[in-house]
Write a protein that binds this ligand. Sequence first.
Ligand SMILES: [Zn+2]
Ligand SMILES: [Zn+2]
Length: 377
Amino acid sequence: MKGNFGFSLCLFAPLRENSLAKTQRRKGNAKTMYWEERWHPLREEWVIVAAHRQNRPWSGETIEHNEEPLPEYVADCYLCPGNVRVSGARNDNYTSTFVFDNDHPCVGFDAPQTLQEPPGIYRNRPATGIARVVCYSPNHSLALAELEPEAIENLLGVWQEQYLALSALDEIKHVLIFENKGEAVGVSNPHPHCQIYATNFVFKTIENEARAGQRHFAETGRLLFQDVIRAEKEDGRRIICENESAIAFTPYFARYAYEVFVAPKATHASLATLADEERRDFAALLKQVLVKFDNLWQMPFPYVMPLHQAPTDGGDYSGFHFHIEFHPPLRRPNLLKYLAGPEIGGGNFLSDTAPEEKAAELRAQSDVHYKQVSNHG
Ligand SMILES: [Zn+2]
Ligand SMILES: [Zn+2]
């Protein structure tokens, strides 16, 4: 007994010290140094945070916003209502959203089924699947950030339908819904739209997230993404906004300066099972994040926005937690994050900025879109 008592005392002392140190760190002295490696539990890889290298904090600079306002309809836009696309197909005269099969699909059931066998260890297979485009609005000029919350809610409904319909097909192992936004990520047509790749394989990042979650559950009996949300709430510095059933935060392990995750608080393997109130909350929070992005530099904020949902290959993914990730390529209004030696060469990200500081910048932004402010003023 005596020995046991002594042992637990020994354990207790350092634990107390740790939590004290933690509290002090959280209260924060002004000169926090961010120079460390952070574990990305979903990708299971290290992120190097070397924020000490960038000594000048963002000073509030914005881009000169003198671009012409976009028209609501463009005659040669292949996404505007009633227009003819390259395939010869004509778009519906749609009034809310519009879904069609991509005219230049990267995967399709028309892809060659008989392939030349490669030599040695090499392998190939047919590029089977379905690629679709979803137009958010008939209005050419209206970005996702500017859609009314009800329209975003309606769009989430369309994503739910698409996920359910596509995942029901035997050949489809995963449904990746994503939006590429802005010229910085190679999109020249501003008409608001996203893409869907329903594929005969599970995308690598999803496979990693699913495996990491399963391993975490086997080891701890807890859901990985719930542990991430719990840690974010405990710290609090990286939360951008939240409501009753949804939360948005820049993760502790962010790889991009302004990376943001938007997630329902309850675990859903896909957005298909969100209840109506959860969908409404999620739409409201998504809108809030998008508006803050645009307000940051008073410009349309470029990003890659994937929906991370469970594979649909028949496995048990009940612990998978649906979320949206924003990967914005810009570090400053005119400064791209270049993927170079560490990222392309080595496969791990090097971040020059502290997620805590970038989250604070986003959190401080207004929830009223700057274009609305200037329209009224
Ligand atoms: Zn258009
Ligand atoms: Zn993810």
